[in-house]
Structure formats: structure tokens, C-alpha cells
Design a protein around this ligand. Structure first.
Ligand code: SAH
Ligand code: SF4
Length: 520
């Protein structure tokens, strides 16, 4: 979500003539797009703000801005703590950023109100109104390809389908920082996907906090000119009952099918993040029927203990999670499943933790992001529960679960060896950043200049439709970078817990065309 926000901000500022620098020391405007989900991420930003702040105090003429969730969460307290910050802009107000930068540059002594654009308490109170008047929607709609990014051949892009979240998991700051769940009109989403595909995107990822709960009721929210507008999400009850007669609704499954069928040049259509509760069978069947929808589900379990899941307010039990995974694998036997776990949630006992370990042992998770519980201001958990699990225990549980996940990942990867799969090739790697695959594949590459000179450091890296990372040797005599941004069949030869390794099955004399092979 944050990456997409950064991309939209870059596009918006590029269109206004701003240029971007890879060197932060050379920039006249320094913007930090921030995340508040865990304390650790915030600490890193504070330390970077301190560094730029020192440069300002030393007399450098820099405009310093904080964007995103930290600006929203900290509010004016952040300005008091870091008076060197010139502007702050919450995630729901990013469309106002150019005006803020402009005002800050023109008037050196701006008031706090002139320097900030935060939704604050209004985010939830007037959410229905703001959803309809959503200026932020225009930021997504007016999306322009950032020429710097475009210059690097964009083949993977993200499109937001919902904003905010209404689930209120007790540990999570997102409903406060990003506001109420708002669903974008399907036509806006399809148009944006088409625009990205026309600009060369091969892979599009649909984004939302609980993307499978997308549901747009036509005619319910329109602008004054009669155009469809973003609308507030329907709530969980909507997923338990049939769509009432006379209502015209676009479900998530229908949205997926529309994008798949109407834009055939999208070679891969993905979505994150899925919520394991009320995951419709219609979505799984659509994935089965549409070959260019990736059979990949990122559906965080968070815990394997029913008691902890209840305290987290996740709304499902462990056996419901297992039933969801079983149904997904029954309809899509090739699907890969990934997720997130939190360890050290308040009151988590050894037995609760063992239940999470057991889930990671039992289910074929390709990977899991594992987080130590971090109490966040403004959440129900910080108010209601003591953070009673010591950092040592959190660390220990984190490592134990990571080790178990490593074993599970190795098993999942090993099951793919011997198969030929389509890989979207994303980058040329050197040995320094290549994780060697089990089986010790020697990475040898002959340059055209000197046939016998080996440059063992070069290999290619990409991802399967199921998001498995694959490293490949380049056929001798071809230029590795010609393959970047193409989808090629790769025979998988060996595996580790981190990745698969294989060989391209095609030997090309001319650079491959940047088009997709049909999915297998
Ligand atoms: N909407 C997604 C998750 C978004 S936040 C979902 O519901 O699955 C990404 C991940 O950060 C979460 O899945 C959770 O594992 C982790 N996370 C969120 N708040 C956290 C906290 N307070 N402490 C530790 N991890 C947290
Ligand atoms: Fe946070 Fe829960 Fe919403 Fe995910 S579903 S963003 S964890 S509140």
C-alpha cells in the first residue's frame, strides 16, 4: 500500500515538473512516506528525521516532509518533537501534497495548519461524506507513469481497489491511520488497469487490506454529475447473505473476471491481502477458470490459537482457517498460500504459541512474515491488555517459528522440482545477491567479448505465478538483461527453503519480445 502511495506521489510531482534524485544529499525536498504498523518502523523514521533535521540546522536549505500513517497518527505532536519538519500529510490527503509543498516553499513562517493535511478524527466520523467527495480518488485516476520508473521498464504495477479498513483487529493501527473502508467503482479500477497494461505492465496486483471483501453496489454512491463514486464497504454481514433482489452489485469475483476478460494483455493478475474469513468459493472458482489470475493467496492466519484469535478480534477460528486453506487447495491444487503471524500477543502461553507452530508445520505455507507483537497507540489491545510477554520470549518465539517456516518452505519448494513453469524475469543478479540453491548449481556465464572468460556472478531472478522465487542461468551467448520483463518457461532443477533454481528452456538468438507466454 505504501509503495503504491509513493508511486502516486512521484507521478503527481513529476507531472508538475519535480525531478527525483537517487542521492538524498542532493535533494531540495526530502519526503518520508511512513508506516505505523509496528514501532520499529517508526523508530527508523525518527532517526532519519533527526539526520535531515541536523542538516537543516546546519544551514542547508531543505524542505522536509512526513507523509503517510505516522503523520496521521502522531499529528501535531510530531511537529512539536521535530520542528524542522516543514509539512505533514496523512495517507488520506495525499492529493493535497503539491499545494502543501508549494505553500511551504513560498511562505517561510507557515502556521501548523498551513503545514499539515491530516484527516484526524474526521476520518471515521464523516467517512460516508468523504467517500463520495473523495479527492483522493482523483489521485489514483489521474495516475501518470513516473518517467524515472518508466525508464526502467515497468512490468509490474499495483492498483488499489479499496482504501482503509473496518475490521478493527485489536492490535492494528490501520483503521485509525487509513480510515474507514472505501470501495472504488469497478469502472475506475478497470480503466486504471487498462491504462497500466497499455503502458507495458505485464503483472497487476490489486491492493486492499481485505481484498476479497470488495463489493460495490451500483447506484448507491454517485457524484453530483451522476458518475459512480467510491463507497463505504458493506460490512461482514453482506458476505453471509445473498445479494438482495433488485440490487446490482459487483463482487470481488466479478471484478477479477472483468479485468481478466477485458484486458487480455495483462499476463498476470494478483491480489493482496486476503482475509481468511468469508472467502467466497466464487473467487476460487473464478481463479480456476481464468488462467491469467495467479493461483496465489496471501491470507494471514496471525495465530493458530483460538483463544488468541478471539483476543485479536480476527473473527475466525483455527479450524475455519484450515477449512479455507483446504477448500482453496481442493479447487486450485497448484495454489501457493502465504501469510503473516504475530508472536507474543498479550497473554500468549507456550500452548498458544505451540498452536501457531503446529499450523505452520501442517499447512503448506510457501512463506510467512512473522512479527513480534508491538503495542500501538490508539488500538484496543494497548488499552485492554498488558504487553506481558517479554522481548526475550517474543524473540525466541519469532526464531522458533521462522525455523519451522524454513522447513515448511523447503518442502513446498521441493515439490516443484522437475516441473516447467512460467517465470516473470525481474532482474539480473550478481552472485553477491544470489542465494545459492541446494545442489550447488554453478553459475557460469560466457561473455561475447571473451568466449572463455567466465563471469560466474551473473544469473537471472524472477517469480512464478504462485510467487515462488526462481533463479536461472542465462543461456550462453545471450544478454541477460534482454530477458528482464519477459515471461519465460523454466525447468526447475533444484530448490532450497528460499528459492527454486532452474534453466530457461528456450535458447534465443534475438532478444525475446516483451510479451507473455500462455500460462500453464
Ligand atoms: N490487512 C492485512 C494486514 C495489514 S498489516 C490483514 O489483515 O491480514 C500487515 C501485518 O502486520 C499484519 O498481518 C500483522 O501480522 C502485522 N501487524 C499489524 N499490527 C501489528 C502489531 N501491532 N504488532 C505486530 N505485528 C502487527
Ligand atoms: Fe489491520 Fe485487521 Fe484491517 Fe488487516 S484486517 S488492516 S490487520 S484491522
Amino acid at each position: 500500500m505504501n509503495e503504491l502511495d509513493s508511486e502516486l506521489v512521484r507521478g503527481q510531482l513529476s507531472a508538475l515538473g519535480y525531478t527525483f534524485s537517487d542521492n538524498p544529499d542532493a535533494a531540495q525536498v526530502v519526503l518520508f512516506n511512513t508506516c505505523s504498523v509496528r514501532e520499529h518502523a517508526e523508530s527508523k523514521v525518527y532517526s532519519r528525521l533527526g539526520i535531515v533535521g541536523q542538516r537543516k540546522l546546519a544551514g542547508e536549505n531543505i524542505l522536509l516532509g512526513v507523509l503517510g500513517c505516522m503523520a496521521e497518527r502522531d499529528g501535531l505532536a510530531l511537529l512539536r518533537r521535530f520542528p524542522q519538519v516543514d509539512i505533514m500529510c496523512g495517507p488520506g490527503e495525499l492529493d493535497k501534497l503539491p499545494a502543501l509543498i508549494d505553500a511551504a516553499r513560498r511562505c517561510e513562517v507557515a502556521t501548523a495548519a498551513e503545514r499539515t493535511a491530516l484527516a484526524g478524527d474526521r476520518t471515521r466520523r464523516s467517512a460516508v461524506l468523504s467517500a463520495v467527495q473523495d479527492d483522493l480518488e482523483n489521485l489514483d485516476l489521474s495516475r501518470a507513469f513516473d518517467p524515472i520508473v518508466a525508464g526502467r521498464s515497468v512490468f509490474a504495477a499495483q492498483v488499489r481497489i479499496t482504501r482503509g479498513c473496518n475490521k478493527f483487529c485489536t492490535y492494528c493501527v490501520v483503521p485509525n491511520t487509513r480510515g474507514a473502508e472505501v470501495h472504488r467503482p469497478p469502472d475506475h479500477i478497470v480503466d486504471e488497469c487498462r491504462k497500466l497494461a497499455d503502458s507495458g505492465a505485464l503483472e497487476i496486483t490489486l491492493l486492499g487490506q481485505t481484498v476479497n471483501h470488495y463489493r460495490y453496489e451500483h447506484g448507491a454512491a454517485v457524484t453530483i454529475s451522476g458518475r459512480e463514486a467510491p463507497q463505504i464497504g458493506p460490512g461482514l454481514a453482506a458476505f453471509r447473505t445473498a445479494i438482495p433482489a433488485g440490487k446490482r452489485v459487483t463482487t470481488f469475483a466479478q471484478l477479477l473476471r472483468r479485468i481478466h476478460d477485458e484486458i487480455p494483455s495483462i499476463a498476470r493478475l494478483r491480489f493482496v491481502t486476503s482475509y481468511p474469513r468469508d472467502f467466497g468459493r466464487d473467487i476460487l472458482e473464478t481463479m480456476r477458470d481464468c488462467p491469467r489470475i495467479c493461483r496465489y493467496l496471501h491470507a494471514p492466519a496471525q495465530s493458530g490459537s483460538d483463544r488468541i484469535l478471539k483476543l485479536m478480534n480476527r473473527g475466525y477460528t483455527r479450524s475455519q482457517y484450515e477449512a479455507f486453506a483446504a477448500e482453496a487447495l481442493e479447487i486450485l491444487p497448484d495454489a501457493t498460500i502465504a501469510g503473516d503471524f504475530i508472536v507474543g500477543f498479550p497473554t500468549e502461553t507456550d500452548q498458544d504459541f505451540e498452536a501457531s507452530c503446529d499450523l505452520v508445520r501442517k499447512l503448506p505455507f510457501k512463506n510467512n512474515y512473522i512479527f513480534k507483537y508491538s503495542p500501538r497507540p490508539g488500538t484496543v489491545a494497548i488499552e485492554r491488555f498488558t504487553d506481558d510477554i517479554s522481548n526475550e520470549v517474543k524473540k525466541l518465539r519469532n526464531n522458533v517459528l521462522l525455523n519451522l517456516q524454513t522447513e515448511t518452505s523447503a518442502r513446498v519448494h521441493a515439490a516443484w522440482v522437475g516441473r516447467t513453469v512460467d517465470v516473470l524475469i525481474e532482474e539480473v543478479c550478481t552472485r553477491r545477491d544470489t542465494q545459492p540453491a541446494t545442489g550447488g548449481v554453478e553459475l557460469r556465464w560466457q561473455t561475447k567479448a571473451s568466449k572463455n572468460e567466465t563471469t560466474p556472478a551473473t544469473t537471472l531472478r524472477g517469480r512464478t505465478a504462485g510467487d515462488l522465487i526462481v533463479s536461472m542461468n542465462t543461456p550462453s551467448g545471450s544478454n541477460p538483461s534482454d530477458f528482464v520483463g519477459t515471461i519465460m518457461p523454466v525447468r526447475l532443477q533444484n530448490s532450497s527453503s528460499l528459492l527454486l533454481h532452474g534453466g530457461l528452456t528456450t535458447h534465443l538468438v534475438a532478444p525475446p519480445k516483451r510479451t507473455a507466454h500462455a500460462s500453464k
